[in-house]
Write a protein that binds this ligand. Sequence first.
Ligand SMILES: Nc1ncnc2c1ncn2[C@@H]1O[C@H](COP(=O)(O)OP(=O)(O)OP(=O)(O)O)[C@@H](O)[C@H]1O
Ligand SMILES: [Mg+2]
Length: 408
Amino acid sequence: MIQPVTEIKVGLDFGSGIQPVGRLAIRDRVIYFEYNEDFTQKGIEISPFRLPLQKGVVELPQRPFEGLAGVFSDSLPDGWGRLLFERMARAQGILPTHISPLDRLAHVGLHGMGALVYEPDNSPSAVHELIDLDHLALQTEEVLQGSSEEVIKELFALNGSSAGARPKALIGVDADRKNSSYGAKQLEVGYEPWLVKFPNSQDGPDAGAIEYVYALMAKEAGVLMPDVHLFPSQKGAGYFAVKRFDRDGNKRLHMHTASGLLHSDFRTPSLDYEDLLNLTGALTKDIREVEKMYRLAVFNVLAHNRDDHAKNFSFLMHENGDWKLAPAYDLTFSSGPNGEQSTMVMGEGKNPAIRDMVKLGLEAKLSKRLIEEIIEQTKSALARWEYLSKNYNVNKVNVELVLNSMLS
Ligand SMILES: Nc1ncnc2c1ncn2[C@@H]1O[C@H](COP(=O)(O)OP(=O)(O)OP(=O)(O)O)[C@@H](O)[C@H]1O
Ligand SMILES: [Mg+2]
């Protein structure tokens, strides 16, 4: 049952117990936050720009996150997870407009993505059994077409508050990549936490294979990527799965998107890669991380990944407060608003060219030699598209479409 809450305790759990961070409260639809005094003394900044450590109660801004600070909004599912939650609410006779962001956070509870935890914990109980991905894919399809409450409950538990538009499930995968068990909460021995994606209604049956080939090419281009796997499927070319980077064995890492860090609405693109490079420098204070972000920018632009919005870049904070750019995710052939690049390159969104990429790198104080090296390495990785895409059964029309859209 969805139960309204008026207060939430926020904590951090790096895998060895919860440390209190602060308290959220809602009054007359306005949300307030106060850091726990002991926590402020530790000097660990969970969101240094928009919610820096401070004494006393702060009123959180209405926009762009429905009254929440970006760091808490990042814990909430959007797209698919939100759809499931609202379907469940409707089945209980509750209108989505009557659900507050705090009610939603209570449903993330102690087992969300990243390391932030919320109490009371109203998260669904875990499901432990071996799963059949084809069966799961079929169920997500049914939901997209509008269907029964029973399926929704199960899918909701599986989604485990992951974000993004596409249906997905948090699963455990064994070392041989053969068996997958589910349950985002606790995995059996020998299983690692992974995330598997299913096509949405606009995707073709080869969407998983395309994303898989993009991941292989990104690795060759030197972009930091988690382990990926293409699970066989009955209907299409396979299900794309990726190892979770917000978990490391039993450890948890605090995860924050560029959108959440900057309070930038990812649905109305306004960022430039220049902003992302500056953000990376300011947060990590490490030129190697800036280089990582630059490599990702080059890959996205050259590979025609134009849905590169502010929630498709994340940073990870370790227990000691150090930040790093998270490995890359959601790299695939895609179009942005009006066909443009969602994140611009030195003001150019319509058709960013190699010279804009060079300008961007120089602006970020990278050497000309390194910039050229990165661009060349990316080009030669992308040259593998035709071979790899055919090898993984991407539809012929899509092989050509991507080939003709890539920047050379
Ligand atoms: N390997 C990973 N480890 C941890 N979290 C991840 C990983 N990959 C993705 N995520 C998280 O899951 C969210 C959804 O993933 P992704 O962006 O791939 O899905 P999507 O539904 O295709 O997104 P979009 O709505 O941008 O199309 C991401 O925003 C990110 O927070
Ligand atoms: Mg995404």
